[in-house]
Design a protein around this ligand. Sequence first.
Ligand SMILES: NC(=O)c1ccc[n+]([C@@H]2O[C@H](COP(=O)([O-])OP(=O)(O)OC[C@H]3O[C@@H](n4cnc5c(N)ncnc54)[C@H](O)[C@@H]3O)[C@@H](O)[C@H]2O)c1
Ligand SMILES: [Zn+2]
Ligand SMILES: [Zn+2]
Length: 345
Amino acid sequence: MKALVYRGPGRKAIEDRPMPRIELATDAIVKISKTTICGTDLHILKGDVASCAPGRILGHEGVGAITEAGQSVTSFRAGDRVLISCISSCGKCEYCRRGMYSHCATGGWILGNTIDGTQAQYVRIPHADTSLYKLPPGADEEALVMLSDILPTGFECGVLNGKVQPGCTVAIVGAGPVGLAALLTAQFYAPARIIMIDLDDNRLAIARQLGATETVNSSDGKAAAAVMKMTGGQGADTAIEAVGIPATFELCEEIVAPGGTIANIGVHGAQVPLHLERLWDRNITITTRLVDTVSTPMLLKTAQAGKINPRLLITHRFKLDAILEAYDTFARAADTKALKVIIEA
Ligand SMILES: NC(=O)c1ccc[n+]([C@@H]2O[C@H](COP(=O)([O-])OP(=O)(O)OC[C@H]3O[C@@H](n4cnc5c(N)ncnc54)[C@H](O)[C@@H]3O)[C@@H](O)[C@H]2O)c1
Ligand SMILES: [Zn+2]
Ligand SMILES: [Zn+2]
């Protein structure tokens, strides 16, 4: 089968690889119909994710059909159309029982990281019963690819951890797919203001279409002053970091209001300064989280009911053969105006 393989920092290739096989009775094999590329895949290619070794098939998002289910899989059988969660969970270990699937003792974020992932024609999904979701009949499969990772991530790591509440002021640093997913799902809670910050005017324009009340282009280095001015010197009750570099976390430290929360989403590969000399008396909370995907069933219902439209995040479509072009398009978003790119396997 064809697959996109990580070959070490800065290097990737399309390769012919053997078909995945059932290894444990709880596995299922899924024939991918649609997958996509995540900002995290770009972090892996930058060398930011030490756990991902060269030779790994990348990708942790996708929908497809089960071709084979292991003997212990009871909820799915061959032919079922499924959404793949970016987090694999056994459902039984201590962390899973606490709803912290991201830290499952035999799962967590393993797909496209420590085991082969979804940017391929087929993928092996461990703990299939508790890591796959049946697609509702008539589902918009392409739109639901956004539920593998970015929507639960924006919602759980950004909105829930950030304690977004009615009437509050939210600032989201980073208007990539994950920041925009936080923007869409923050609106479940009717915040008064959502200020979106990015370097890319195109992404900021999309953010306004998707519900941002204000936007700030931070390329002049004066975003903190702009946000403080907009909020009458108070700052944001919730500051969501959705980029993954020191500068954007430090910006969140500058704009968080007293009593507020900095909710980090970004994957960081470098040390970030923590300015306790400014923050110690501001009653703030800092949260970090690897998405647990506990909200996926809720998000599936919300998407099915038309309360959110994940399709709005899709801008480009490619065949698996052209996945290198898809990576290039996604990585050069400022030129290509790309958000999520759909890859058809
Ligand atoms: N915590 C988790 O479980 C989890 C899950 C998925 C993704 N992530 C992470 O979330 C982050 C966002 O993912 P994405 O797919 O949206 O990535 P992306 O690369 O598409 O988007 C990042 C955005 O940040 C903007 N940006 C870059 N530098 C900036 C700066 N100095 N100031 C303001 N904006 C700046 C870019 O213009 C871009 O729009 C990544 O770090 C990704 O690894 C975390
Ligand atoms: Zn991801
Ligand atoms: Zn577990």
